[in-house]
Design a protein. Structure first.
Length: 364
């Protein structure tokens, strides 16, 4: 980074036919508009914390007695579903536990490292020292969920098989089949920052004119390819109660990363250098501060297959887990909560981004 900055400063300092004493301010009254094209590097720090929100526990279910309460859950993989399953296994004295995905939500940090950036700025001189500016910055970005979250998802997948398998091994069940899969997807996007700013120029230092910038705007997403990055966990189990009543249930959970449009404040500064009365160069550095805008959304879709003969079974523990294959039994499976679509389970906190660019501007 030091080498890059030194090289850019050297380029700005190269003498041209324009006299050193001719400053930008001298011609500002005749050429008040500038258009700048630029490219550079965007650096992003991980967001500072974030907010995790889990769906509320589901509605209570009818069981044989209040001593054995159960409730609807949308998934075993996280939140109340994982807690209920683990409590039932503990009541049976089983060592196997499901590793909830919850811990993965709390450890999330997004978008760190450097990316190429480019954009355009339009400026209008209000006075010889002050100009207003509108800019659009574009940062193409390959997007994926953090490695720590993928590790948490895989831990949930593996523990689903062992925890559900242990529970079913404790009952009067036959033909038991338990499986769980994980699928991940990645995408790309173009992050856009639309900024309005005020530039204040200082006294020239030889051929160079230092300036400071302050402003605000919005950061959002436009363009890109593929779907938002996501992780899908799908667990299923099949068994027969006393060799007669078939139970077949599927637990499907998808977590996807989306980005909201957010407000950002901008401060920065740089150096500008005229090459001629119409053309010039700018070395610019800016800091963008605002909400990260990254959001994890959750879709949970429990499903149960109906097949004769109708039947149900409960664990007679506190709490209890219940399996049913038909509404005619008067009982519902614990995995029977209404589907969840787009629930915001995690929202990232404050984020700082740095943009360093070299630009070529035209004055008219």
């Amino acid at each position: 980074m030091r080498t890059l900055a030194f090289g850019l400063l050297s380029l700005l300092a190269v003498p041209t036919a324009v006299e050193a004493q001719t400053s930008d301010q001298a011609s500002a009254d005749t050429r008040r508009w500038e258009v700048e094209w630029y490219g550079g590097l965007s650096l992003a720090n991980p967001s500072s914390g974030g907010t995790t929100t889990l769906p509320a526990p589901g509605a209570p279910l009818t069981t044989s007695s209040p001593i054995f309460p159960s409730r609807q859950v949308p998934s075993w993989f996280f939140g109340d579903g994982a807690m209920l399953l683990n409590d039932v296994n503990a009541a049976f004295g089983l060592a196997n536990r499901l590793s909830p995905l919850d811990a993965g939500f709390d450890s999330l940090r997004f978008e760190s490292g450097g990316r190429a950036a480019f954009g355009i700025r339009v400026r209008h001189a209000m006075t010889p020292r002050v100009s207003i500016e509108v800019s659009v910055d574009a940062v193409p970005t390959a997007v994926r969920l953090p490695d720590g979250f993928i590790v948490a998802a895989e831990s949930s997948r593996e523990s689903f098989e062992s925890a559900i398998g242990a529970l079913l091994s404790s009952g009067p069940f036959s033909n038991v089949v338990v499986s769980a899969t994980r699928a991940t997807s990645e995408g790309s996007r173009r992050d856009l920052w639309a900024i309005a700013a005020l530039n204040t120029h200082f006294k020239p230092r030889g051929l160079l004119v230092p300036y400071v910038t302050a402003g605000a705007g919005v950061a959002g997403v436009a363009g890109g390819t593929g779907n938002p990055p996501s992780v899908t966990l799908e667990g299923s189990y099949r068994f027969s109660i006393l060799g007669e009543v078939p139970i077949d249930e599927t637990d499907r959970l998808t977590i996807r990363l989306e980005r909201d449009t957010t407000f950002v404040a901008v401060v920065g500064g740089g150096l500008r250098r005229k090459i001629s009365e119409r053309w010039g160069l700018r070395l610019d550095g800016r800091v963008f501060v605002g909400p990260g805008g990254d959001r994890l959304r959750l879709d949970a879709t429990p499903a149960s297959a109906s097949a004769p003969p109708a039947g149900f079974i409960e664990s007679f523990t506190h709490p209890s887990v219940q399996f049913s294959n038909h509404a005619s039994t008067g009982r519902q499976s614990t995995l029977s909560a209404p589907p969840i679509q787009g629930f915001s389970v995690f929202e990232s906190g404050l984020r700082t981004r740095i943009l360093v660019t070299m630009g070529f501007f035209a004055r008219f």
